[in-house]
Design a binder for this molecule. Structure first.
Ligand code: ATP
Length: 255
């Protein structure tokens, strides 16, 4: 249901040999929200979402995401609970088609198909067709249906970044974490991405957006969280954040 509590972080911290990458962060994510996570380089954004998606365990504190205590269970369990993400640096399979890249993303949900195929069960064929159909719909969702057969490496930069989102959608996530999806995009591509994020949220997805393009974050998000030196220094609506003196001093002023 919209507004339902999906994730709650309490006193979440990560230390690397005395460096407080993330320090005592409290944060709640609610169903259907688009939340922006901004902050200067080294503020701890990546470390925070790495904990949220279960890739690294916190040094202390608690992160409950979709009923799962992330950091205490293997990362595939977090994915299965409904968390999916893209990465700052593209991890596409360049020689595979756009469709194949999405199928790889969906392998998590179609593992039984693989087993059934090994056992030559007739249901495997039906499941494979369903997986293809699902992957095609993920491509359609991000506007790449017409390029399904194209090699990933032949797509434009903006299309490659949207393909990563299509792949993240393949596991039918509830919470989608996007790590700097607009990095390197031009204005037109960034606007198109912003529209896509809005339409995914309208479909009920909850989105956490890490982004250096502050203009895009302000125009896309319902709520923004600002990190600086590992700590949350402000949380608020785009209007509140744009007018926040602490944020301007720490981040916007120097951006
Ligand atoms: P950027 O915007 O540049 O991606 P960020 O906000 O994502 O930065 P992090 O990458 O989370 O910031 O880094 C936060 C701090 O933690 C930095 O000081 C960084 O050097 C440190 N850090 C992150 N990962 C590690 C690690 N594996 N080992 C040691 N220090 C780390």
């Amino acid at each position: 249901a919209p507004g339902e509590l999906l994730a709650s972080l309490e006193g979440l911290s990560k230390e690397y040999g005395g460096v407080h990458a993330v320090e005592n962060v409290d944060l709640e994510l609610r169903s259907g929200e688009v939340v922006g996570l901004i902050g200067p380089n080294g503020a701890g954004k990546t470390t925070l979402v790495n904990m949220l998606s279960g890739l690294i365990p916190p040094t202390s504190g608690l992160a409950t995401v979709l009923g799962t205590q992330v950091g205490r269970v293997p990362v595939h369990r977090v994915a299965k609970a409904g968390v999916s993400r893209t990465f700052q640096h593209s991890k596409l399979f360049n020689r595979l088609s756009a469709l194949e890249n999405v199928l790889v993303g969906g392998h998590l949900v179609s593992r039984p198909t693989f087993l059934r195929r090994l056992l030559w069960l007739p249901s495997a064929r039906r499941d494979e067709l369903a997986a293809l159909d699902h992957a095609a719909r993920c491509l359609e969702r991000v506007g790449l249906y017409d390029l399904a057969g194209s090699r990933a490496s032949s797509l434009s930069y903006g299309d490659q970044r949207r393909l990563e989102i299509a792949r993240a959608l393949a596991s039918d996530p509830t919470l989608l974490i996007l790590d700097e999806p607009a990095a390197g995009m031009n204005h037109v591509e960034a606007n198109r991405l912003s529209d896509l994020i809005g339409s995914l949220a309208a479909d009920g997805l909850t989105i956490l957006l890490i982004e250096h393009n502050v203009g895009m974050v302000l125009s896309t998000c319902d709520r923004i969280v600002v990190l600086n030196f590992g700590k949350v220094i402000a949380t608020g609506t785009p209007d509140e954040i744009a007018a926040d003196a602490t944020v301007i001093e720490a981040y916007l002023g120097s951006a």
